[in-house]
Design a protein around this ligand. Structure first.
Ligand code: NAD
Length: 465
């Protein structure tokens, strides 16, 4: 772990499983309560000098970007082994991490001048909050950590970061790599089980919690923040709908829809999780998607040519299998896939399911895996109503020969990001967050940065005291 700029071993450790084999391949340190106190104490002490010099912080973030870029070759195999994603995708995640640091370093922390005349000067400034507790999930452990580290630190905060117990190693390595780029105590990285997350959210030293994970845990985090009125950003689950309008060309949209749903083996918060297609297009679109599914190599992320890796962990693997089995029992037909691959590892091939109603669990719940329900509709208003008929509201997309028409429909979707003729276009400079149960607050861009600050009005009377 990284605590106060030093490498710290745990008193105990836990096994990390490679999901491609189902076997423990490494041990990670289990952070004790005392070690967490030490990490939070280091972050509290580092806050005072760190918050003073924005130019130094900007330079440090650029150094972080450089450090990550030069160590991609070392980090990528660790990420692939603990997460499952193909090596090329792991490298992309790490390159994206460097890009996020670099972009965030360029952001300004605004001071707004509301009035400046003979009577008074009124400024609205942004102050850092203090120590941020950051908690991340297992699907994009390093990139999603960077979404928190870069803006929190630029704004002048310090941090204790805890990755998921399923994918601790790449984040611990990130902490190690960034030690030379940051003053001691500014970024502390600890690992452990879910209890460690609960300790962080309840700890009085933490002034803000930045959490990415499931809705169920997000609600627990919100409750844990309440007694202390901690600030929080919650990036939670999604059940994204893609709506294909009747004028779309199935051959043209199939490839993008497929990867919008199945990238990272469907383990993306904002992946397409329900595909609404006009009934006139259902047959040709299902055929086009099935063709792509058949040509997609599923396997160990370390093997050349693998396009989709395993599910990350046994629990998730069993959950997706259970949702597919439930779909079959409720009239669903698996056009492709439909069963796990034989042998070791948590592999499920891309599974396209037709014939389901809105109340099937695969439609109503977040599957977070490679099983996509395809749902025909008759008129567009009905599709929008069905797309919105959920407490999730992360993102969504509309597909059409007319981008203008699609953009109109996209405006009807109750979600944080609505794409037209694309899905998963997530950029460092655009705000990303969820409506309804999918979250509170946003990450990325100036909006994400401001989430790590609070307003201070400074009202200066011009008459000397
Ligand atoms: P999870 O909620 O099980 O765990 C997320 C993190 O919370 C882990 O680090 C875990 O150890 C920690 N945790 C667990 N219990 C805790 C508690 N009581 N207090 C504090 N921390 C606790 O989620 P997961 O299974 O790791 O990730 C998958 C979920 O994350 C999906 O629902 C996915 O949609 C969501 N997700 C959302 C976004 C987004 O940006 N909106 C991005 C990626 C993933």
């Amino acid at each position: 772990m990284t605590i106060d700029g030093k490498s710290i071993a745990g008193d105990a450790s836990f096994g990390v499983i490679n999901p491609a084999t189902g076997q423990v391949f490494a041990q990670a340190p289990e952070c004790t309560r005392v070690q967490l106190d030490a990490a939070l104490d280091a972050a509290s002490r580092a806050f005072k000098p760190w918050k003073r010099d924005v130019a130094a912080r900007r330079a440090a973030l650029l150094a972080c970007a450089e450090a990550v870029k030069t160590r991609i070759g070392e980090l990528a195999p660790i990420l692939t082994q603990e997460q499952g994603k193909p090596l090329a995708r792991a490298s992309e995640e790490l390159f994206g991490t460097a890009v996020w640091f670099q972009y965030t370093a360029s952001l300004e922390i605004p001071v707004e001048v509301l009035q400046d005349d003979a009577n008074a000067r009124i400024e609205v400034r942004r102050r850092p909050l203090g120590v941020v507790g950051a908690i991340t999930p297992w699907n994009f452990p390093v990139l999603l950590a960077a979404w928190k580290i870069a803006p929190a630190l630029l704004a002048g905060n310090t941090m204790v970061l805890k990755p998921s117990p399923f994918t601790p190693l790449s984040t611990l390595k990130l902490g190690e790599i960034l030690r030379d780029a940051l003053p001691a105590g500014v970024l502390n990285v600890v690992s452990g089980n879910d209890q460690l997350g609960a300790w962080i959210t309840a700890h009085p030293a933490v002034r803000k919690v930045s959490f990415t994970g499931s809705v169920a845990t997000g609600k627990k985090v919100a409750a844990a923040c309440a007694p202390d009125l901690k600030r929080m950003t919650l990036e939670l689950g999604g059940n994204d709908a893609a709506i294909v309008l009747p004028d779309a060309d199935p051959q043209k949209v199939a490839e993008k829809l497929f990867w919008g749903a199945f990238s990272n083996s469907g383990q993306i918060c904002s992946a397409i999780k329900r595909l609404y297609v006009h009934e006139s297009l259902e047959q040709p679109l299902v055929q086009a998607l099935a063709k792509i599914a058949a040509a997609t190599k599923v396997g160990n992320g370390l093997d050349a040519g693998t396009l989709l890796g395993p599910l990350n962990n046994k629990m998730q693997f069993e959950r997706v299998n259970e949702l597919v089995e439930d779909a079959k029992r409720h009239g669903g037909r698996c056009v492709t896939g439909g069963a796990p691959l034989p042998g070791a590892g948590y592999f499920i091939p891309p599974t396209l399911v037709t014939g389901l109603g809105e109340d099937a669990r695969l439609v109503a719940e977040e599957q977070f895996g490679p099983a996509l329900p395809i749902l025909p509709y008759r008129d567009v208003d009905e599709a929008v109503e069905r797309a919105n008929g959920t407490m999730y509201g992360l993102s969504g997309s509309v597909w059409s020969a007319s981008p203008e028409r699609a953009a109109e429909v996209a405006g009807e979707l109750e979600c944080g990001t609505a794409w037209v003729n694309q899905h998963l276009a997530i950029l460092p400079n655009t705000p990303f967050g969820g409506a309804k149960w999918s979250g509170i607050g946003v990450e990325n861009g100036p909006w994400g940065l401001l989430g790590f600050t609070e307003l201070q009005t400074v009202n200066i009377a011009k008459t000397p005291a």
